[in-house]
Design a protein. Structure first.
Length: 459
């Protein structure tokens, strides 16, 4: 074992450059992908990070030394890797990215053909083993290098999902210095009814305003204020690799991913009566109610994009939703796509506004009917033991132990689980009223604190 094992996660690699994630890791990853996948043609893209060019070059070198053709797809959003894997002649590939992590981080995500994710319990684990083995492959005939500009074909694909009959709308959009600005411009170009105020549009891998994570409250303030100042109809933001999408109403208020999930579940199951939507256990009631109202049904997945895509395929689901802002589409090879999330929300919001409503009407409905705690993160070395104790403490509840513990009572519901990607325990609560939510949260905080868990300050 020659590399820090903490960089090898359930469905991707992430570490700080150059101590944890560096050109040697990237070269070995390229070699490993060819060996483990038996690949002949491998995609390699990257996000906007300053360390991306050298890491991408190293991965390409590893692929070519192993005798395979490397296909350079340039600076991309992550869903463009999925798109390329399904539309180009290839055996899958990887993107050099650390998603929403700070600028000093980098890593990679891997997929096989048609956007099928690689996970640690399957092929990705074999790739990790190869990287850690210090093995190398050098074929007598070096592989070729090809380059492909994905933007024209990808934007043409997105045009199929543009809403019709929009009213005149103005929005504020924040791409957080990532690669998605050019995608948004190309995608919405035909929509003459739409005015876009562009925020942090230039690609800048130093992320001068901090980590490109739309879920951090400090990163929401700028967009919120600009929505108010401009009198926009709503706002939208993506993380740096654009596979997560978040929305704001005309008052500058942020939609929690749970509420986005609910109105998208309702939309897709109304359009596809009797169909299935895949949701997660963290928060559930709004999604279940939306599916019933639309005449469809829900199935649970474990949290994490590798698990979600597998469950989407298993049930041939039309849509899937995680509260983290990942939303999955049958029409996109069951993969997550931040642009399709935005275009679908544009259709829903546009119809509502055309009928005389406002986006805040929708948010107010969910805030009133489905109060939530927001995800609370705890640092602890005793996560498994605490979850086991919570299972006993709430033994009189309806329980589901598939992803941590979900304990449900008639008037409130808990999910307590360990993070797949960080050394944290995550708690989500929902209730039938704000009063019950506060009562349950106070009780849980007392219990977790007594067990030694410490609430992490979120910035």
């Amino acid at each position: 074992m020659i590399y820090d094992p903490s960089i090898f996660r359930a469905y991707d690699v992430r570490g700080i450059y150059p101590g944890q994630m560096n050109e040697k890791v990237a070269y070995a990853a390229g070699q490993a992908f060819v060996q483990v996948m038996g690949a002949k043609r491998v995609l390699v893209g990257r996000d906007v990070r300053s360390t991306g060019p050298s890491l991408q070059a190293a991965a390409i070198e590893g692929i070519r030394d192993a005798g395979a053709t490397a296909i350079d797809i340039g600076v991309i959003s992550t869903e463009m890797l999925y798109f390329a894997s399904a539309t180009l002649d290839c055996d899958g590939g990887l993107s050099i990215t650390a998603s929403h992590n700070p600028a000093e981080w980098n890593g990679f995500k891997c997929v096989s053909k048609n956007g099928i994710p690689l996970t640690r319990d399957e092929k990705l684990g074999e790739i990790y083993d190869f990287i850690q083995s210090s093995r190398s492959i050098e074929q007598f005939e070096k592989g070729k290098l090809e380059t492909v500009d994905l933007l024209p074909a990808y934007s043409e694909y997105l045009h199929k999902f543009l809403p019709a009959d929009l009213p005149m709308l103005s929005i504020v959009a924040n791409v957080n210095f990532g690669a998605n600005g050019k995608v948004v411009d190309a995608a919405v170009a035909p929509l003459t009814e739409l005015t876009v105020s562009r925020l942090n549009w230039n690609e800048d891998g130093t992320f001068p305003k901090g980590p490109p994570d739309p879920m951090q409250a400090k990163n929401r303030a700028e967009l919120c204020q600009q929505i108010i100042d401009e009198g926009a109809d709503f706002g939208v933001a993506w993380d740096a690799d654009a596979d997560r999408c978040f929305l704001y109403d005309e008052k500058g208020r942020w939609f929690h991913g749970y509420y986005i999930s609910a109105f998208l579940v309702k939309h897709f199951l109304e359009e596809n009566p009797g169909a299935t939507a895949v949701v997660e256990r963290r928060l559930a009631w709004a999604n279940i109610d939306a599916a019933k109202e639309a005449g469809g049904k829900t199935e649970y997945s474990l949290t994490g994009h590798g698990f979600f895509k597998r469950t989407m395929r298993e049930f041939d689901a039309v849509f899937g939703a995680e509260t983290s802002g990942h939303f999955y589409f049958k029409d996109f090879w069951y993969c997550d796509n931040g642009m399709l999330t935005f275009l679908t929300a544009l259709k829903i919001f546009g119809k509502h506004i055309k009928g005389g409503g406002t986006v805040s009407d929708l948010l107010d409905y969910y805030l009133e009917h489905y109060p939530i705690s927001g995800e609370l993160n705890f640092t602890t070395d005793m996560g498994k033991e605490i979850i086991k104790k919570a299972t006993t403490k709430y033994s009189d509840a309806k329980q589901d132990l598939a992803d941590g513990i979900s304990a449900e009572y008639p008037d409130w519901r808990l999910n307590l689980r360990l993070s797949n990607g960080e050394p944290l325990m995550r708690m989500n609560l929902e209730a039938r009223s704000q009063e019950k939510l506060k009562e349950a949260q106070d009780e849980l905080m007392q219990f977790l604190t007594a067990e030694g868990a410490q609430l992490r300050n979120e910035h």
